[in-house]
Ligand binder design. Structure first.
Ligand code: FE2
Ligand code: FE2
Length: 171
């Protein structure tokens, strides 16, 4: 999919506004895998999902971008919050969708992609749209990359990740 410079700029502006939004910045305190955190993870998923959508000429790019950035916007740390630990894998997409609706007034297609990103863990919530499938797959690809890193150089890796997510479109 070839998009105009104008469209590219619009997507970059949306990305940047989320990247610096103080509600989104809270995700930095939620640790994830090996030098990543919820904030880094979400923007990495967003970048990969947009790249794949452009390559395969699929989906509404704004839905993909916003859905990917907010797909893990559940805002609690299941490692420290014992009440959330047990059902985190299956319940966090619904918590994230609820928070996204409350804080960013997202519309139905975005809510749907957030809710279905954990398929097949949530077997009944199949990602029915192209946008949902791109995000669910990008999430898994980033997750696998994150967990396959060694535990060493965690701090260094974190700095590298922050550099990588500075922009949606690399030069
Ligand atoms: Fe998730
Ligand atoms: Fe995720």
């Amino acid at each position: 999919m070839i998009i105009s410079e104008q469209e590219k700029k619009e997507l970059e502006d949306i990305y940047q506004s989320f990247l610096h939004d103080e509600r989104i910045l809270k995700m930095k305190s939620i640790s994830m895998h090996r030098g990543s955190n919820c904030y880094i993870h979400s923007f990495k998923v967003a970048k990969l999902a947009i790249k794949r959508a452009l390559r395969h000429k699929k989906g509404n790019l704004q839905v993909i971008l916003v859905g990917a950035i907010l797909h893990d916007y559940y805002l609690y740390d299941w490692r420290t919050d014992k009440s959330k630990m047990r059902h985190h894998m299956s319940s966090h997409p619904y918590a994230a969708a609820e928070n996204a609706e409350r804080d960013f007034d997202v519309h139905e297609p975005v809510k749907k992609v957030i809710q279905s990103h954990m398929w097949p863990v949530n077997i009944s919530d199949f990602p029915k749209t192209k946008e949902a499938r791109i995000i669910s797959n990008a999430d898994k690809a980033i997750y696998i990359k994150e967990i396959s890193c060694s535990k060493a150089y965690k701090k260094k890796r974190e700095q590298k990740y922050y550099k990588q997510i500075e922009k949606l479109f690399d030069e």
